[in-house]
Ligand binder design. Structure first.
Ligand code: RIB
Ligand code: CA
Length: 314
C-alpha cells in the first residue's frame, strides 16, 4: 500500500489520474490539493469534486491552493480541456465540500500525521508545492518522494522548449527541483506514450461502471480536439509511483530556465555522466533527478483500464 497525495489542475488527464488513484487498492489517496493551471482555480476545485463522485471515491480532503503562479501571469489550456476544463460534458455538480484548510496546510497536516511515508504526485504547475516547501520545510523533509508530471528532456508543448506545467510557473518548478526532496520526473519524453482510441471509448462507455462511462466520454472529448495526442497523460505519473517496474528511469542533472527569453520554462537535462567540462554554468549545481525515459505502454494502459472499469474483462 502506497500513501499518496495528488496536486492537480483538473483538466481531463488530471481526471484520469484522480480516478485511478481513488480506486486502485494498492494506493491510499489521503488528500488532493488544487492549483491554477489548465483552468482557473475555482473551476479546478469544482472539477476535482466531480471526478471523485464519478470515481465513487470515499470522502477525501480536497483543498484550495494558489490561484496564480508565483511570478508569471496565468495562461490557461481550455483549448485542450474544454471551457469548463473537464471536456464540457455537463457533469453534475458534486455535493462534496472543499476542506477549509489552505492547500499548504493540508499538505503539512497530512504528511505530519501519516503513519507511513507519503509520496507527493503533482500533475500540475508546481506553485502549491513551492509554497509548501518554503512554509513547512520540516514537513517537506518527511516526504518519501515527489513523482511529478512536468518538464521534458526533449521538446516542449506549451512552447518549442517548455512543457506546460513548468512553463506556467517556472519559478515554482525551479524551487521544487532544487528542494532536495527525491524527485522522479514523468515528462513529455513519455507523456504521449499512453495513447487511447475509439475502441477504448466504445468499451468504456459500454460498461455498467459509471466511472468507466465518464472516462470514455473524457477520452472522446480529447479525440475531438484537433492535432492533440489522445493520451492518459497525468495518469502516467501515478502509475510510475505505484509500479516503478513499468517505468525506465535515467539520472539527469535538471535545471529550470527562469530567464525571460524564448527558452523560459525549459528543463535543461544533462545525463549525470556528462563530463564537468561539458556542463553549462546552470548545470554544475543542478540536482540529480530520476527522469522517466521509457514506459511499458501495454502494462500502464492495462493497469488503468482494469482500475477505472470494474466491469473490465481484460
Ligand atoms: O504538459 C502536460 C500537462 O499540462 C498535464 O498536466 C496537463 O494536465 C496540463 O496541465
Ligand atoms: Ca495536469
Amino acid at each position: 500500500m502506497k500513501t499518496v497525495i495528488l496536486d492537480v489542475d483538473t483538466g481531463v488527464d488530471d481526471a484520469f489520474a484522480i480516478m485511478f488513484a481513488a480506486r486502485h487498492p494498492d494506493l491510499n489517496l489521503i488528500g488532493i490539493t488544487c492549483v491554477d493551471g489548465n483552468t482557473k482555480l475555482s473551476q479546478v476545485l469544482i472539477n476535482t469534486l466531480k471526478v471523485l463522485d464519478k470515481a465513487g471515491a470515499r470522502q477525501i480532503p480536497v483543498s484550495s491552493g494558489a490561484s496564480r503562479p508565483l511570478l508569471e501571469t496565468p495562461k490557461y489550456a481550455e483549448h485542450v480541456h474544454g471551457s469548463d476544463g473537464l471536456g464540457d460534458l455537463d457533469t453534475p455538480l458534486s455535493a462534496r465540500k472543499i476542506d477549509q484548510r489552505p492547500a499548504i496546510q493540508l499538505l503539512r497536516d497530512l504528511i505530519d500525521s501519516s503513519p507511513n511515508p507519503v509520496t507527493l504526485i503533482p500533475t500540475a504547475p508546481l506553485t502549491n508545492i513551492a509554497l509548501f516547501l518554503g512554509a513547512y520545510p520540516e514537513s517537506a523533509k518527511k516526504l518519501e518522494r515527489i513523482v511529478l508530471m512536468g518538464g521534458s528532456a526533449s521538446k516542449g508543448n506549451a512552447t518549442e522548449y517548455a512543457e506546460f506545467n513548468v512553463w506556467h510557473d517556472p519559478e515554482a518548478a525551479a524551487i521544487v527541483f532544487k528542494s532536495g526532496v527525491p524527485i522522479t520526473m514523468y515528462g513529455l519524453d513519455v507523456f504521449n506514450d499512453l495513447i487511447m482510441n475509439k475502441d477504448d471509448v466504445a468499451s468504456l462507455t459500454a460498461s455498467k461502471d459509471e466511472c468507466a462511462q465518464f472516462a470514455g466520454r473524457l477520452i472522446d472529448h480529447f479525440i475531438s480536439v484537433p492535432n492533440l495526442e489522445v493520451t492518459l497523460g497525468d495518469y502516467g505519473a501515478v502509475a510510475t509511483a505505484i509500479r516503478p517496474d513499468l517505468a525506465t528511469c535515467k539520472k539527469y542533472r535538471v535545471s529550470v530556465d527562469t530567464s525571460f527569453s524564448p527558452t523560459r520554462g525549459q528543463t535543461h537535462c544533462r545525463p549525470v555522466e556528462t563530463k564537468d567540462s561539458e556542463l553549462g554554468e546552470h548545470d554544475r549545481d543542478a540536482p540529480v533527478v530520476d527522469v522517466v525515459v521509457a514506459s511499458d505502454v501495454d502494462g500502464m494502459r492495462k493497469l488503468w483500464l482494469e482500475t477505472v472499469n470494474s466491469q473490465s474483462k481484460i
